[in-house]
Design a protein around this ligand. Structure first.
Ligand code: UDP
Ligand code: MG
Length: 316
């Protein structure tokens, strides 16, 4: 039984040696108890530090190590996709390079899949300890919102760290969208998933690639990718405002008929015009967001561009 471990790496030279040591140790234990074999598939996502150099060396020394290298930074989603495409194992693991995904969970994941009861075992962060409170606040809000407006369940705290059976990998790969939002994709394809709770760990070395703004854009991508409710919102609000204006019109007609028509009321007029302008621009923006995503999808650009591939050549 071959297990592939896919590791997206972007500027992770500082942590990769630690990562390999830690994972190898756990893998050796599992090999001892289950007899499975391993391949490590690193995806260098256009790193600018020594990541690629390290991977070349590692692949030379260890036949279990393979790597892909992108021509530039395409993002973690693209890196995971490329890894899933090339992984050869019957079981496939997705794992961050920074050791925030504890290798110790691999045993439990493997056992879950071996039992035949599950097709996927995924880690789930139990708490948001160690995260800036403002980030937790927005993250919670995001999960509440997206689960209300999307049919696909997006599990709070679910990470990309998971072990999947081959048939689930094939299903994930069959979703060929360019705007990839894994949390949604994994849930969309279904399959029986075992959630393994774990406590958040600080990254072992190097630094996070996520800025607050980056997370905001990512959440917008998630909403646009897995819900069309925002598009319907304009219609709902439109009907509401029509209703309100109808009442106001009746009121103004009645007032004019009863008390004549004294000139005045331009401030309220200006407020209404500005309010409606704002509402309309907001919804044009939402429309634009979906249009832009559609535009990017129909171009059918590849999800990544490979610059280099190394390690043991593809067996075929
Ligand atoms: N990563 C990547 N491409 C990117 C950003 C990140 O491949 O453009 C990888 C990164 O090397 C790491 C994983 O994705 O292995 C998670 O990144 P990070 O630790 O920065 O995110 P966080 O854990 O803070 O969510
Ligand atoms: Mg991390």
């Amino acid at each position: 039984m071959l297990v592939s471990i896919i590791v997206p790496c972007y500027n992770e030279a500082a942590v990769l040696p630690l990562f390999l040591d830690a994972v190898r140790e756990t893998a050796a234990e599992l090999t001892a108890s289950y007899g499975c074999t391993w391949e490590y598939l690193f995806v260098d996502d256009g790193s600018r530090d020594g990541t690629l150099a390290f991977l070349r060396e590692a692949a030379k020394e260890d036949s279990q190590v393979r790597y892909l290298s992108f021509s530039r930074n395409f993002g973690k989603e693209a890196a995971m996709y490329a890894g899933l495409q090339r992984a050869r194992g019957e079981y496939v693991v997705l794992m961050d390079a920074d050791l925030q995904h504890p290798p110790a969970l691999l045993g439990e994941m493997y056992a879950a899949l071996e039992s035949g009861e599950y097709d996927c075992a995924a880690a789930r962060r139990q708490s948001r300890k160690g995260e800036p409170p403002i980030r937790s606040f927005f993250a919670r809000g995001f999960y509440r919102l997206i689960n209300r407006i999307s049919d696909t369940e997006i599990v709070d705290g679910a990470c990309d760290y998971r072990m999947m059976r081959r048939k689930m990998v094939e299903a994930v790969l069959s979703l060929r969208e360019v705007n990839r939002f894994s949390k949604g994709i994994f849930s969309w394809v279904g399959f029986r998933t075992k959630w393994i709770p774990y406590e958040n760990v600080e990254r072992a070395a190097g630094e996070t690639k996520w800025s607050f703004w980056g997370l905001v854009l990512y959440s917008v991508q998630g909403i646009v990718g897995f819900s069309t409710v925002p598009l319907a919102l304009a219609a709902v609000l439109g009907i509401l405002i029509c209703g309100v204006s109808f009442v106001v019109i009746l009121y103004i007609i009645a007032k004019t008929l009863l008390f004549g028509d004294p000139v005045g009321g331009w401030p309220s007029m200006a407020c209404m015009v500005m309010f409606m302008g704002g509402v309309q621009l907001f919804f044009i923006g939402i429309l634009g967001e979906y249009l832009a995503k559609t535009y990017l999808e129909v171009k059918r650009r590849p999800i990544y561009v490979l610059a280099e591939e190394g390690g043991e050549p593809e067996a075929s």
